[in-house]
Design a protein around this ligand. Structure first.
Ligand code: LFR
Length: 470
């Protein structure tokens, strides 16, 4: 019979992908069936996700993939965290709001007046970022939008619903909301109340690896075949970490896309005041694992800089830019990449220069120096977070695994190894899609075993590249 294959719908903050994984002799052959831009739309001063266009692109690429690949058994979605759509009687009421929209800034204090940040941490284990669902729901409640809705579906669950007709909340994505009890993995009534949200608004939580049955007739017709729909680690970070061949104590991970998530995987959440004040958050992983990590800057500063240079002087070739950055030998400043000034869209190179000037530090001049300054600073922040996450869990850092787009950046990997003083293992760059596919394959009975067994398949699929600390 044909090799079984699985489709990952992997939606990132800047682009979406449909990736087909075919299982063959204990490894996954991955193929990108399509890639499309994820372009937020601002209307009336509010930034939205264009979910209909994302859905349409995903279905179109899935249909083309089905034509080329007859062995497709199932499909599963993963996305970024925290965002959601509001529904009433099965229909979406409005376009989901983008987490970078500033409507939640005024909600943080209002919510904290009902439940303190330290209490949220003790229950949900999440660091209080203004993007978190708890503040977004409070904003919707203050505008009367919650009253109109009977269901809120988190971003991946929204696509899962359109695919399958099933309304669920997958656990890894639920863990990004600040509304889920980190120990029990269930919604917390007190936190929901603090967001002025009725407990019935959010569907029941299901664990990653849950089969939801066949796709709807509408979807089957659109893509030209009948497939199963699976809920995997629906949070992209959980799927990315699932495919990291981590072994033993002292392993830290860096999942580097637009964001940089740096931390360790444990059997229990870490809900201490020390981890809270160190800025670490707890999120759910696969098979009941817990991810203790710092949620910070990733490639966003570099991609924002490139965006500006391209508007000013035309196309920028990333590889030549990185090569030029690698040859910079002037000592540059290390900037605090998590400073709020770098979080919003804008003239990143100018902000970096100003940040350095204000502190009497040498300013990077030109594209190569600016890129080098960003990469060195990012490597330093990853190294610090990796060391801190192992220290918070009583381990000694022995190695770092980096996955996602950042793992393709050799300069970043070298700098990370040098600054952390431990070897860095880079890859897979499409770790999120791989993790999605591995968990799907197991849910469909085509793979079996523990998370370690799935990771062995990941290691056979993409051999990590080693960078020595020099
Ligand atoms: C990474 C990610 C992070 C989350 C951020 C915003 O893609 O999922 O884990 O904090 O997006 O939702």
């Amino acid at each position: 019979r044909m090799n079984p294959s699985f489709a990952a719908l992997d939606f990132g903050a800047t682009s979406g992908r449909v990736i087909i994984g075919e299982l063959e002799s204990g490894r996954v052959r991955m193929r990108e069936a399509g890639r499309f831009a994820n372009s937020p739309v601002t209307i009336g001063g509010r930034m939205h996700w264009d979910v209909l266009s994302l859905w349409d692109s995903a279905i179109t690429h899935l249909r083309d993939a089905v034509r080329a690949d007859r062995g497709l058994l199932s499909v599963a979605t993963d996305t970024w965290g925290v965002d959601y759509g509001l529904f009433r009687r099965g229909r979406m009421l409005s376009n989901p709001v983008h987490y970078r929209d500033e409507r939640t800034l005024e909600q943080v204090d209002r919510v904290h007046a009902r439940v303190a940040a330290a209490e949220i941490y003790a229950i949900a284990g999440t660091h209080s970022l203004p993007i978190n669902t708890i503040y977004q729901l409070a904003s919707d409640a203050s505008e009367g939008a919650i009253e109109c809705a009977d269901t809120a579906l988190l971003m991946p669950d929204l696509f899962t619903y359109w695919l399958s007709g099933e309304r669920i909340a997958e656990r890894t994505i639920a863990s990004t909301t600040s509304l889920m009890n980190a120990r029990t993995g269930e919604w917390d009534a007190r936190l929901l109340q603090a967001a002025e949200t009725d407990a019935t608004l959010l569907p029941p939580i299901v664990p990653p690896g849950t089969s939801l049955g066949a796709a709807t007739a509408e979807v089957a017709e659109a893509i030209g075949t009948s497939v199963e729909v699976v809920a995997v680690g629906a949070h992209d970070t959980a799927s990315a970490v699932a495919a990291i061949p981590m072994t033993g104590e002292g392993s830290a991970f860096v999942s580097c896309g637009t964001w940089g998530l740096v931390g360790v995987e444990r059997d229990e959440p870490v809900l201490t005041e020390r981890s809270r004040t160190a800025g670490f958050t707890n999120e759910s992983g696969i098979d009941g694992r817990h991810l203790l990590m710092r949620n910070g800057m990733g490639l966003w500063m570099l991609s924002e800089s490139i965006r500006l240079w391209e508007t000013e002087r035309g196309p920028v070739d990333l590889l030549s830019l990185l090569a030029a950055a690698g040859t910079v030998d002037r000592r540059l400043a290390v900037v605090d990449v998590d400073d709020p000034v770098f979080q919003t869209p804008g003239d990143m190179p100018a902000r970096i220069a100003a940040w350095c000037a204000e502190r009497g530090l040498p300013m990077p001049v030109g594209m190569a120096e600016t890129a080098r300054c960003i990469i060195d600073s990012l490597a330093q922040s990853f190294a610090d977070a990796a060391l801190e996450s192992t220290s918070l869990t009583g381990q000694t850092l022995a190695r770092i695994h980096i996955v996602g787009g950042g793992s393709r950046n050799a300069l970043l990997c070298q700098q990370l190894a040098a600054r952390a003083g431990v070897p860095v293992f880079a890859g897979a760059d499409e770790s999120t899609a791989l993790g999605n596919i591995l968990v799907q394959a197991r849910a469909m009975g085509e793979l079996s075993g523990t998370l370690d067994d799935l990771r062995a398949v990941a290691a056979r699929t993409v051999a990590p590249k080693r960078y020595a600390p020099r």
